[in-house]
Design a protein around this ligand. Sequence first.
Ligand SMILES: Cc1ncc(COP(=O)(O)O)c(C=O)c1O
Length: 437
Amino acid sequence: MTTIGELERKYVLRSWSVQGKNKYEEIVGGEGCWFWNREGKKYLDFSSQLVNINIGHQHPKIIAALKEQADKLCYITPNYASEPRAKLAELVARHTPGDLVKTLFTLGGAEANDNAIKIARAYTGRFKVISRYRSYHGATYGAITLTGDPRRPPVEPGIPGVVRVFEPYCYRCSFGQTYPGCGLECAEHVREVILYEDPNSIAAFFVEPVTGTNGVFVPPKEYLPRIREICDEFGILMVADEVMTGWGRTGKWFGVDNWNVIPDMMTMAKGITQGYVPLGAVVVNEKIAKHFDDHMLWCGLTYSGHPLACATGAATVQVYEEENLIENSAAMGVKLKKRLEEMKEKHPSIGEVRSIGLFAAIELVKDRETKEPLAPWNGPDPGIIGNISACLKEKGVYAYLRWNYIFIAPPIAINEEELKFGLDVLDQCLELADKEL
Ligand SMILES: Cc1ncc(COP(=O)(O)O)c(C=O)c1O
């Protein structure tokens, strides 16, 4: 009999992979922070899949809301008012900071960022946008052009008008500085680039409040407030890409809330439905929203505000509220940080640990003095990273590893016992890294 893996190998093109190198383990179920394969092997999900299964697998209330909407009305054109979209938009406005008030729904994070570029250009009448080299903003052409990381160059040229700057990566500062005696050069450099590019040509600055897939860079506390000031100085819109950091990941509703910064626009996806149904969103402030009262909004998608996605999203947000999950993320985040610091003491292969809420990365090095990475940035894995990943899986933990980073981003509903189990396994598998030194 043909297995599911064999069918996939024959008929499916997988994202971000050389097809011949793919593995075909079939996953058949999940519950809460766990999922399992056809052979019944269970994994603790220490990565929330793609940092989107924020609450956990198969939450009954969210599934019930999805089913209920499916029974009522599966689709209606975005031109009609519909209850799920109205309800979710109201919930988004309730939890986003400041006067972020009106939402355009998209299918995911990349389209949210693409539409945010269009809105920023239309609103300001300017065409350039600034983003950062180690950012990831999605795979559509606009979003991948905003992206600085190695997924961009193979598909260039992208859209015109994108300028990139360096981010606050204090462990390996691009300016050779050491925080806090650095004068926040990473932010002042943004101001200098703006001057050279002509402030009157720049519509927006796109920023992940905490850089996600490129290494969980938690910025110094002064960084985002200073970026906000610089944007205000030149009338540039600040767009927070909260696709990964939004909805509780960092121990607050949104990443920017950690520094009380209010962006002009916010993009989001992942945690809004926590992955059960695809959905993204661009949220704009009052001023921008008003502008479009008498100007055309040149944006549209057949599935903007899809009833099944919005009903799922509204139920998801209600679960965040009812089960106090943002508070849980903050509380478990404190425990995670403490344990990671202890691991750093114990394992010489750990160069740095970075974390905020339930969003963390361990950076592995060959030598703490030279900071030489244990596996090269954007290079082939010398074998050790694959071995650590296999060790984790063998012991029942699924985590995302990339280059010399191990990411830890479990569902924010995780309890203390589960967190301890995952960290104990990680602690054991890090012995493999220590042996490489
Ligand atoms: C910060 C950020 N923005 C945008 C995206 C793209 O989202 P999507 O894959 O839903 O298009 C991602 C995906 O990982 C992301 O992490």
